[in-house]
Design a protein. Sequence first.
Length: 95
Amino acid sequence: MPIRCTDSPIVLMDLNIQKAIEYAIKIKAHVISMSLGGILDADCERAIDRAVLDHNIIVVAAAWQLANWVTNNNVLEQASFTNVVAVAGSTYALA
């Protein structure tokens, strides 16, 4: 079930993301897929940890490593969290 928690894929410490993760836990989701980027606060990371460690939910996040206008060419924060599977893609020219 899709849960839209923000109007923009670029997020700066949005409380709605934490609430969406908590809601996914509540409805017993199997997978949380986060296709967004930015800076998430420690509460979001704790919610992700709780989803993974306490409820066996798989959390996948977009790495967006090519979005250097946002991150200076670094992997976005949620994709670097310990309990998150980072996902990235590339075109042939960039491989």
